[in-house]
Design a binder for this molecule. Structure first.
Ligand code: ZN
Ligand code: ZN
Length: 172
């Protein structure tokens, strides 16, 4: 860290957009967002949801390999779910289970990532009938404990889990 509070640009692809806040001191938390992005980097700034360079976190190759493995697993399930075919219910039931391997791995990676910077796993789950992704949560989807607001997220500090903050109603 240079000690400067100047924000640093993260990637040329964001040229023209406001700079990310990650150069600020102290830097904000990160959120592990697998989703179906083509970006292999799943580590996002919690404020702007932009990729954070792994090197800047000082995490080792083993950690980045584990992140890659987890993203493959997440994408495989997510794709089966989106495909809406014979494996849709299977994938939906995996995401709906608080103890599913894909969730456990996400939480483990977030808690390991905490060594570098406060880190949360962006939880993803589906409605009980598996038709939609859940957009808002009344409590932590893992421990049912309270959530606290953090930028565009609500987080469970105990589980290192983040869910999207409830959307504000659109202006009339
Ligand atoms: Zn940032
Ligand atoms: Zn929790």
């Amino acid at each position: 860290m240079s000690g400067s509070a100047e924000p640093t640009p993260v990637d040329a692809k964001y040229a023209g957009e406001p700079p990310c806040c990650c150069g600020t001191d102290p830097p904000p938390p990160v959120v592990l967002v697998a989703g179906l992005t083509h970006d292999p980097n799943v580590v996002m700034c919690a404020v702007f949801r932009r990729p954070v360079e792994l090197d800047s976190l000082g995490l080792d190759d083993e950690y980045s390999n584990s992140l890659g493995y987890w993203k493959c697993l997440f994408d495989a399930l997510h794709f089966l779910w989106l495909d809406s075919n014979e494996f849709e219910a299977f994938a939906a039931s995996a995401f709906a289970s608080p103890s599913a391997r894909v969730h456990r791995m996400g939480m483990e990676l977030a808690s390991e990532g905490n060594r570098a910077r406060r880190a949360y796993y962006a939880w993803f789950s589906t409605t009980p009938d598996g038709t939609e992704s859940i957009e808002s949560y009344a409590a932590c989807p893992h421990c049912a404990g309270p959530l606290s607001p953090a930028w565009k997220w609500e987080v469970c500090e105990r589980c290192s889990v983040a869910v999207p903050a409830p959307q504000l109603p659109a202006p009339a």
